[in-house]
Design a protein around this ligand. Structure first.
Ligand code: 5RP
Length: 220
């Protein structure tokens, strides 16, 4: 847990007064958001864009001002977690199911900082299953396409119910451990009707903060 805290808190040092900040989702982003709450209490005027209902709830309890993504031209800095990152700055995200909003917010951001503990840094992506967000209508057909192509899909469940994202979509988690061409995979996934978004984030971070037990490394 210490690595997540160190990374999350370190990234907040890059926030300046007056900025518009993207708030990620998950247990590492949690520490960044708590720290941002402290900045706000100390007088920083920051407006934030949230990536999930859980982050919205946390930010609200901390007195952080939230604005809609629609109401900002761009975001100055986004701080978000990741599930796996390889040495080429490619990541799997969406373990917490917020990948669609996370990608929208990252795309609108001038600077994206991923905050992770050192266990998330891998030589190759794929031990973690890749989350794919699909619309419920016809989701079984998307599932079948993924299965026929060897991705061993699994619908995500929570409390024995199909998991629903903040946009009321389903998540199908797939195995990409045999994939080496992520760009090709991305293009293929983007071409499938019914897939809303997927958790492949290729080269999209401007900085990665990696926390370990007692220190932090900043990459790039
Ligand atoms: C949520 C995400 C998270 O950033 C990712 O799952 C990492 O979470 P954590 O910091 O809790 O390990 O993509 O959709």
């Amino acid at each position: 847990m210490k690595g997540k805290q160190l990374a999350g808190e370190k990234a907040v040092e890059y926030i300046e007064d007056g900025m518009i900040v993207g708030l990620g989702t998950g247990s590492t982003a949690y520490y960044a958001i708590k720290k941002i709450g402290e900045l706000v209490k100390s007088g920083f005027k920051i407006k934030c864009v949230s990536t999930s209902t859980s982050t919205t709830e946390l930010a609200t309890t901390l007195g952080i001002e939230l604005v809609s993504l629609n109401d900002v031209e761009s975001i100055d800095i986004t701080i978000d977690g990741a599930d796996e990152i390889d040495k080429n700055n490619n990541a799997i995200k969406g373990g917490g199911g917020a990948l669609l909003f996370e990608k929208l917010v990252a795309t609108a951001s001038k600077k994206v900082i991923w905050v992770v503990d050192s266990s998330k840094m891998v030589t190759k992506l794929g031990d973690f299953l890749l989350p794919i967000e699909v619309i419920p209508f016809g989701a079984k057909h998307v599932y079948n396409t993924l299965e026929i192509n060897g991705y061993q899909p699994k619908f995500r469940y929570t409390n024995e119910m199909l998991y629903k994202t903040d946009s009321n979509n389903y998540i199908i988690d797939v195995n990409i451990s045999n994939v080496s061409n992520y760009l090709q995979l991305q293009e293929w996934l983007d071409s499938i009707t019914g897939i809303v978004e997927h958790g492949l984030f290729l080269g999209s971070a401007d900085m990665i903060v990696v926390g370990s037990e007692d220190s932090c490394d900043t990459l790039f």
